[in-house]
Write a protein that binds this ligand. Structure first.
Ligand code: GRF
Length: 205
């Protein structure tokens, strides 16, 4: 059973989808803590409903990044975190956290990286860019988090077709559904120790 700490800034539908798979006994994992930088995040309500401890930790509430980093690392350690799962988390993690949890931080991106990724590419911005570019296929990427946005080694990707009459909202909804179906599968690989990382390559054993 793998111990997860989930970090979310928004509604938390990816977080909820992971909880559902845990409850369905399809994913052998336990969420020890839900951290949000946004005290009003729907993810916090979802965690409370599931009886999961929550922590409102806003980087902006600290006088220095060092204080914030120290506090975050303490909570991650206290919960014996084995895998950090970013589920719609909008803040950049401090480099020290990325170093300490190298290859043990996952993020989900609503496009097929490296396309339509990087700074500013989140939420509807991604789907608008996909549509205005005229891409025929988009998708979901679950990747390891490193010091650059949307750049770490790719664990899993799923393609999602772009329909001719798609709007950013209709496309977002189709991609989000695939996110809910994909993230838990990537986490499952880690829970089963089936992930081997060689440079940029993620080998699934
Ligand atoms: C989704 O758009 C996802 O692609 C991205 O952030 C959003 C998360 O939504 N990672 P939710 O908070 O999980 O519902």
């Amino acid at each position: 059973m793998i111990r997860l700490t989930v970090m979310a800034s928004g509604g938390g539908s990816n977080f909820q989808a992971i909880l559902d798979k845990i409850n369905e006994k399809k994913l052998n994992a336990r969420v020890g803590l839900l951290i949000s930088n946004n005290g009003k995040a729907g993810a916090i309500d979802k965690a409370k409903r599931a009886g999961i401890e929550t922590l409102h930790l806003a980087p902006t509430a600290f006088s220095t990044e060092q204080d914030y980093t120290k506090t975050l690392l303490k909570h991650l350690k206290d919960k014996q975190t084995e895998l950090i799962v970013l589920a719609g988390y909008m803040k950049r993690l401090p480099d020290e956290v990325i170093q300490k949890y190298r290859n043990r931080i996952l993020n989900i991106h609503p496009a097929l990286l490296p396309a339509f990724g990087g700074k500013g590419m989140y939420g509807h911005h991604v789907h608008e860019a996909v549509l205005s570019y005229g891409a025929k296929v988009t998708g979901v990427t679950v990747h390891l988090v490193d010091e650059e946005y949307d750049h770490g080694p790719i664990v899993l990707q799923k393609a999602v077709e772009v329909m001719p009459d798609d709007t950013p909202d209709s496309l977002a909804a189709r991609v989000l559904k695939e996110e809910h179906n994909s993230y838990w599968q990537a986490i499952k690989l880690f829970s089963e120790n089936r992930v081997k990382i060689q440079d940029r390559k993620v080998i699934i054993l």
